[in-house]
Design a protein around this ligand. Structure first.
Ligand code: GAR
Length: 200
């Protein structure tokens, strides 16, 4: 079974969805580690409850981004991590980091990429007035919110939607498709050719 590390910075509802999928036996993987860069994040409580080891690492305790990332890489190697799952990790990983784990990092983003990249995708899409928002799960490459797309799910925006209600709808879809995308990845059924990802 593949060893997975989830990276998260905040609430951790996606982390929870992954934990639940593993517990229910829907996702056959060894959820080995939570990497968190924020000592106030609620995801830390979730990990403790689920009995998952936590690597809490604060950027401010390191001289530079390289030292910070090297410390993370050291821990990932020690734990023999085969897949990194970014779940609301609000930092951009360097190209050097991404190269070390080429095609082994997944990310969930709350928009239909390539629309609305960045840290405020739901708000940006809502304010833009889109009629269809959505969720993307993709492989991470050296560019932000850019790598090959594994799964995408549209979410209709109704006239009655508020930013809050849209957020709720989007999170619900994230919690459904992220564990599913991870399941496809660990099953070895994903064939990646350039930007094209097929399920075999
Ligand atoms: C999720 O909506 C995720 O898609 C988003 O952060 C949220 C984390 O929620 N990620 C990004 O915007 C990355 N650019 P969570 O902590 O409850 O899982």
């Amino acid at each position: 079974m593949k060893n997975i590390a989830v990276f998260a910075s905040g609430n951790g509802s996606n982390f929870q969805a992954i934990v639940n999928a593993v517990k229910k036996g829907k996702l056959k993987a060894n959820l080995k580690l939570l990497v968190c860069d924020n000592p106030k994040a609620y995801v830390l409580e979730r990990a403790n409850k689920a009995g998952i080891s936590v690597f809490l690492i604060e950027r401010q305790n390191y001289a530079g981004k390289k030292e910070f990332e090297d410390a993370i890489i050291g821990r990932l190697k020690a734990e023999k991590i085969g897949l990194i799952v970014l779940a609301g990790f609000m930092r951009i990983l360097s190209a050097g980091f991404v190269r070390q784990f080429k095609s082994k990092i997944l990310n969930v983003h709350p928009s239909l990429l390539p629309s609305f990249k960045g840290a405020h995708a739901i708000k940006d899409a809502f304010n833009y007035g889109v009629k269809v928002a959505g969720v993307t799960v993709h492989l991470v490459d050296e560019k932000v919110d850019h790598g090959p797309i594994i799964l995408q799910e549209p979410v209709r925006v109704s006239q009655r939607d508020t930013l809050k209600s849209l957020e709720k709808k989007i999170h619900k879809e994230e919690h459904r498709i992220y564990p599913e995308a991870i399941r496809l990845f660990v099953s070895g059924r994903l064939k990646i050719e350039g930007r094209n990802v097929r399920v075999e």
